[in-house]
Design a protein around this ligand. Structure first.
Ligand code: UGA
Length: 433
């Protein structure tokens, strides 16, 4: 099918590349000429495993093009809208200006019978409002939320664990058009749910709210563990064996960050307030608060590791990205902790396999190292803040010979305390004795 993807950020660039991979003829549109040039050259503007290969093969096959000119979207049968919905400055609500701008810019280019498919995460009620604008051109709107995870974005797009279509009044034609696009996933028996707009919008935010709640639940248990000498990692393993609970998303540590979970739970609370059901998701306020307290705790552990006096001391920070296999530092707990330590006068030497440049743009005042070895040299404490595979595999003996003091704070509970203690390290971690 002929497809346009409006907005080529994380979601849009991956979606466009995957749609071309599935054999569709795709034009990606973005207002940022730099991003468009990079994508058109077959490179990814951010780190995402597997994406550069798809961009290059899409370019070579001629099925994947990029442009800043919305007029190039004309003629596509299906237009995906994948622009960002960040948190508004000065409010918890979502900022919809990019969604509105994208739809308004697209309207003059819509042919009768075209299908506009929203993929952005939006407050419930948005699709119904936009559907009216789209209908005035003779086109139709559907809402098809996306559940991809950074680091697994290609895999999640090509092999989603479910497909959700939000359509107006059982619009079978829209559902059939989406079925044609996702034919290969449907052939793999991917569950497909057709719902109204409000349900589709709510599925997305409630999924992220649930995941955030699960993480904050285990982090709340970490606080209780700290008060009692219990070990939250063993607790997570034990309750995780109950299939009704499940072990995934029960990793306790520095808390969740990124471009989705934090802003999505806040936008959900703001929208629920507007709808008069703020009390129904009031617990998300606590989920957010527990999450942010974990950063305080890791800063506290770092200061403790330095013997209570942090100013002027040298600390190796390993990890800046909000999670491994990503260069994304949006609302990254790791970067936040590094910046807070710097503000306390600590001499931070930070290393991340992919996120140094993205981190430097936000916090140029931090000291950055070109390698883990360089960050570790002469450090009086080592902080592991993103659980990259390379950090999980560090050998405490080798690291021990580089540092000035064998003190480690495992902000992600990703190291084996017994092994590190055995090698003469003082090991500290949130939620663990
Ligand atoms: C999240 C959701 O998982 C996706 O399903 C969703 O599509 C996406 O948001 C989105 O709305 O676009 P993502 O932000 O890529 O995906 O990252 P996650 O894997 O969910 O991790 C979020 C944060 O939680 C990270 O900082 C991670 O380190 C942290 N986390 C995750 C924990 O602290 N503990 C865990 O057990 C799991």
């Amino acid at each position: 099918m002929k497809i346009s993807v409006i907005g080529c950020g994380y979601l849009g660039a991956v979606h466009a590349a995957c749609m071309a991979e599935l054999g569709h003829d795709v034009i990606g549109i973005d207002v940022d000429p730099g991003k468009v040039a990079t994508l058109a050259a077959g490179s990814a503007p951010f780190f995402e495993p597997g994406l550069p290969e798809l961009l290059a093969s899409g370019r070579d096959s001629g099925r994947l093009r990029f442009s800043t000119d919305m007029a190039e979207a004309a003629g596509a049968e299906v237009h995906f809208v994948a622009v960002g919905t960040p948190q508004q400055a000065g409010s918890e609500a979502a900022d919809l200006r990019f969604v509105d701008a994208a739809i308004d810019a697209l309207l003059p280019h819509l042919g009768a019978g075209a299908l506009v498919v929203g993929k952005s995460t939006v407050p419930v009620g948005t699709a119904a409002r936009l559907a009216e604008k789209v209908a005035a051109t003779g086109a139709t709107l559907a809402w098809n939320p996306e559940f991809l995870r950074e680091g697994f974005a290609v895999q999640d797009t090509l092999h989603p664990d479910r497909l959700v279509y939000g359509v107006a009044d059982g619009d079978e034609r829209a559902a059939a058009q989406l079925d044609a696009i996702y034919a290969s996933a449907l052939a793999d028996e991917t569950p497909r749910l057709v719902a109204d707009f409000a349900t589709a919008e709510l599925v997305k935010v409630s999924a992220n709210a649930f995941l955030a709640t699960k993480i904050s639940f285990i982090n709340a248990m970490a606080e209780v563990a700290e008060a009692t000498g219990a070990d939250v990692t063993v607790l997570a393993d034990a309750i995780g064996h109950d299939a009704r609970i499940g072990r995934r998303f029960l990793n306790s540590g520095i808390g969740f960050g990124g471009g989705c979970l934090p802003k999505d739970i806040r936008a959900f609370m703001a929208r629920a307030e507007e709808l008069g059901v703020g009390h129904s998701v009031g617990f998300l306020k606590e989920v957010d608060a527990i999450n942010l307290r974990r950063r305080d705790r890791v800063v506290e552990l770092a200061v403790e590791a330095l013997g209570g006096d942090a100013a002027g001391r040298r600390v190796a920070v390993l990890g800046l990205a909000f999670k491994p296999d990503s260069d994304d530092v949006r609302d990254s707990p790791a970067l936040d902790v590094a910046a807070r330590l710097r503000a306390l006068g600590v001499e931070v030497r930070a290393f991340d396999p992919e996120a140094i440049e993205t981190a430097r743009r936000i916090h140029p005042e931090l000291g950055y190292a070109a390698s883990a070895e360089e960050a570790l040299e002469g450090a009086e404490a080592v902080l592991v803040l993103t659980e990259w595979k390379a950090f999980r595999a560090l050998d405490p003996e080798t690291v021990g010979s580089a540092v000035a003091q064998r003190a480690v704070v495992d902000g992600r509970n990703c190291l084996d305390p017994a092994v590190w203690r055995e090698a003469g390290w003082t090991y500290r971690a949130p939620g663990r004795p």
